[in-house]
Each structure stands twice: as C-alpha cells, then as structure tokens.
Design a protein around this ligand. Sequence first.
Ligand code: ATP
Length: 269
Amino acid sequence: MDNATLNTTAAVATASSKPVKMAARGVKVFYGEKRALHGIDVDIYENEVLALIGPSGCGKSTFLRCLNRMNDTIDICRVEGLITLDGQDIHDPVLDVVQLRARVGMVFQKPNPFPKSIYDNIVYGPRLHGLATRKDEFDQIVETSLRRAGLWNEVKDRLLEPGTGLSGGQQQRLCIARAIAVSPEVILMDEPCSALDPIATAHIEELIDELRQAFTIIIVTHNMQQAARVSQRTAFFYLGDMVEVGDTEEIFINPRDERIQGYITGRFG
Ligand SMILES: Nc1ncnc2c1ncn2[C@@H]1O[C@H](COP(=O)(O)OP(=O)(O)OP(=O)(O)O)[C@@H](O)[C@H]1O
C-alpha cells in the first residue's frame, strides 16, 4: 500500500463522524479474463449492518469475499485495489490471513456445521487461535457464544450431540455462534436466511440486530424486506458496479438511481 492511498483513506475516515471499520478503494475483481467488479469504493462503519443488494450475478458475493480474502481460495480470481480493516491494508504481507479471517468472520448461505458435536463446533476456532487452554475457559466460550446466538436454551442439554442433528435455523445460529466464538470484529453474511423458513428467518434477523451492538455486519440478501428490516445502510450493485450506497430508508424510498427503484419494485432482477 503506498502512502498516497493510505492518506486518501485516512482523509475519508476522518471526514465522516462515524468510525470507519473497513474501507474499499478501487476494488476490481477478475475471474480469469472476466472482470466481475469494476472498481468499488465504500466505507463500512463500525456497528452498522450494511446490506448488499442487486440482481443475480452483479458481484455482491464476490465483493463480500474480498473483505476477508476468501477469494484467495479461488485459483482464477485476482483482486486489485485497496481494502482496509481499521486502516490497515488487508493484503499487506505482514498480515496473517488466518488472523484476518478470525477478525472478519463469515456465515454462509447454507448452514454448514462441522460434522462434530455442538460443543466442538464452537471450540474449534478458539482452539485453533489459542484463545483458551483450560476446559472451564472453553466451557465459558461455548456458553457465551451460544447465548449471544440465541441458541443456548435450546441446546444446553445436548452439547455433545452432533451439530448436524439440529434444525436448519438452529444450525445457522450454531454457525453464527461458531463465528462469534473467536471474537471477530466484522461478520460477513452471504444470504444467511435463504435456506430457512420464515420463523427461523425472523429469529436470525432479530439476532442480527442484537449482534450489531458488538460487531460490524455486512449481509448479502435477495430479500428486499430483509434488507429494509435489518440494515442501516444499503449498497446497490449492478453489473459489477456499486451504483449507490446510502441510508437504507433513502435507498428504498428515494433512490437517486432509477435502476434501484426498478429492482426494488420487482421490475427487473
Ligand atoms: N468462482 C467463480 N469463477 C468464475 N466466475 C465467477 C466465480 N464466482 C462468481 N463468478 C462470476 O462473477 C460474477 C459475479 O458473481 P457473484 O456471485 O459475485 O454475484 P452475486 O451478485 O453474488 O450473485 P447472486 O445474487 O446470484 O449470488 C458473475 O458473473 C459470476 O458468474
């Protein structure tokens, strides 16, 4: 990262009254020859829920994966531009990518608990990162994480049973608890409710609102009502560009770009 870019980011960060947790400047992503993102600029504030919306294939998940370098795992994928976490370039070679992914956790579309007990699902990350050593410390992490994910009361008597034996909604809350267990600062959610029924979805949405007190959350969703319910700001993606980002109410009620109106009202996408 050159100093000029850093200064630009710092200037943007101080221009806003809200602390910037993550920032993207000129982020382009290529899959082989094909460009999927054309240069994304955005600030993501601390303790906000930012919703990423837009038609299928416009680059929402690709951008989300940039934020904890999950695109590194895709051979043909190349990322250009600057992404910072607390002002630090996440591509800086001194930054350990495993640490980055602990700080910027992820919850996927399909609940994907490990084929292990509920307890072991939660302690996996803390063990990997050396966050605890004694059994009572691990027990505490398990209880705290499950409580914060709103799952403790449902599973406290069956912690040694397989996580895969839970309902879909419970499994997704287990995955959220697993993400929380390593004390992340940012949580990325890629359509976390798309495999869930309306009741389980409502549960996760309430949870997202509570989690915002402690974490910064970026959520990809196809569900417009969900974006309106859970987020404070919304970014609209279209064909690899972030066309508009702003307060969710503003984006939904009075968007500047007419394509947003068309998308929200279901005329396309
Ligand atoms: N692993 C990959 N290899 C090649 N191309 C990819 C890969 N992943 C995504 N793409 C392409 O990048 C573009 C953006 O895809 P992305 O999944 O980010 O969009 P999206 O907005 O999240 O879509 P959806 O809402 O359908 O999930 C698409 O053209 C897609 O085909």
